[in-house]
Design a binder for this molecule. Structure first.
Ligand SMILES: Nc1ncnc2c1ncn2[C@@H]1O[C@H](COP(=O)(O)OP(=O)(O)OP(=O)(O)O)[C@@H](O)[C@H]1O
Ligand SMILES: [Mg+2]
Length: 209
């Protein structure tokens, strides 16, 4: 039986996911609340190897479906090996990217179809769907400015601005598919303003204290 809470963070490149997860980690630590923190794709040795394969700029010939399947395979391994045991044990799990990234990137921006990718990933996730997803809502035209450009070792980041604009539109589609699970939070304010908004949202849903 699932006893722990499952929270994921989503958004375009550079919107502040890692920053906000770090700040939430600090808050949970100072308030003595236990949680584990993982990132996608990765979080275990098999999924980290799949991550290298997906993000390697040398793999520019990878098909969209191969990419979607690899992300989903890495997710499946992460769920069985890390997420499910933690949640079954009552531990809170916080994950940097999850199912909605695949819906936005592969389903929408790569054009595979959001419904198809949603179905495939619901199969992969089974009962282990997030309780709540924080979508940091900032378009790529703004988020890449924060990052100071693209990371050249990451095949996804090397995609065109049009592709990243499509990813943003894909996230908006995902919010329509899951209107109660996905909460849109603007990261336009300061880092601490955004962190406070996230903590309030998680408290209001009874996911943290
Ligand atoms: N609210 C904010 N205001 C200004 N700058 C911010 C804010 N939040 C994050 N940043 C800065 O934006 C940059 C990107 O942040 P971060 O690495 O957390 O984003 P990310 O969503 O994890 O990116 P990626 O998709 O590459 O993992 C960092 O330099 C960070 O310090
Ligand atoms: Mg990050």
């Amino acid at each position: 039986m699932i006893k722990g809470k499952f929270i994921t963070f989503e958004g375009c490149e550079g919107v502040g996911k890692s920053t906000q997860i770090r700040m939430l980690k600090e808050y949970l630590k100072t308030t003595n609340q236990e949680a584990i923190f993982i990132r996608e794709p990765g979080g275990n040795s098999i999924s980290e190897k799949i991550r290298e394969l997906i993000l390697d700029p040398a793999n520019s010939s990878m098909t969209s479906m191969c990419e979607a399947m690899l992300y989903s395979s890495a997710r499946s391994q992460l769920i069985e090996q890390v997420i499910a045991p933690a949640l079954d044990n009552g531990t809170t799990v916080i994950c940097d990217r999850f199912i909605d990234s695949t819906i936005a990137y592969q389903g929408y921006a790569r054009g595979l179809g959001v419904q198809k990718i949603k179905l495939m990933n619901e199969l992969v996730c089974g009962d282990y769907m997030p309780d709540l997803t924080i979508f940091l809502d900032l378009p790529p035209s703004d988020s890449f400015k924060r990052k100071g450009g693209h990371d050249k070792s990451d095949r996804m980041e090397l995609e065109s601005i049009e592709f990243h604009n499509d990813v943003y539109s894909g996230y908006i589609e995902a919010t329509k598919l899951y209107p109660t699970r996905i909460v849109r939070i603007s990261p336009r304010g300061s880092k601490s303003d955004t962190a406070s908004a996230i903590i309030k949202t998680l408290q209001a849903r009874g996911l943290i204290q």
